[in-house]
Design a protein around this ligand. Structure first.
Ligand SMILES: [Zn+2]
Length: 116
């Protein structure tokens, strides 16, 4: 994983968009910690939510491919990139994510253990 200082700065300067390279790579690291990179961060997501999360990712990726989305289309590449892209969205524009994708928002709150 290589993040340039420039990318790191841009991510935190441009607070009005859903992109943040550091957060994106952070999500990949968390995903990788359980030994498989699959968009399911088993190390932090309770086992009982895993099937629901997988289903939710597949469904959303299908919707993105068929209808487009406010979610960065790069996330439709596969579940690995979906998890990283939706994590960026969650931390950069939580209010927007909550309005447009309440189910994803709730699940990401579970994943990242954010109360409220
Ligand atoms: Zn990525």
């Amino acid at each position: 994983m290589i993040i340039t200082k420039w990318q790191l700065r841009q991510g935190f300067i441009n607070n009005n968009d859903a992109h943040n390279t550091a957060i994106h790579e952070f999500a990949h690291l968390i995903d990788k910690m359980d030994g498989t990179m699959d968009g399911v961060p088993e190390i932090i997501l309770e086992r009982k939510y895993v099937p629901q999360w997988k289903q939710m990712m597949e469904t959303t990726i299908e919707q993105m491919k068929n209808y487009g989305s406010d979610i960065d289309m790069y996330g439709a590449t596969n579940t690995v990139e979906f998890f990283a892209v939706i994590t960026e969205y969650f931390f950069e524009q939580p209010d927007s994510l909550k309005v447009h994708h309440p189910g994803l928002y709730e699940m990401l709150k579970r994943i990242y253990k954010i109360a409220g």
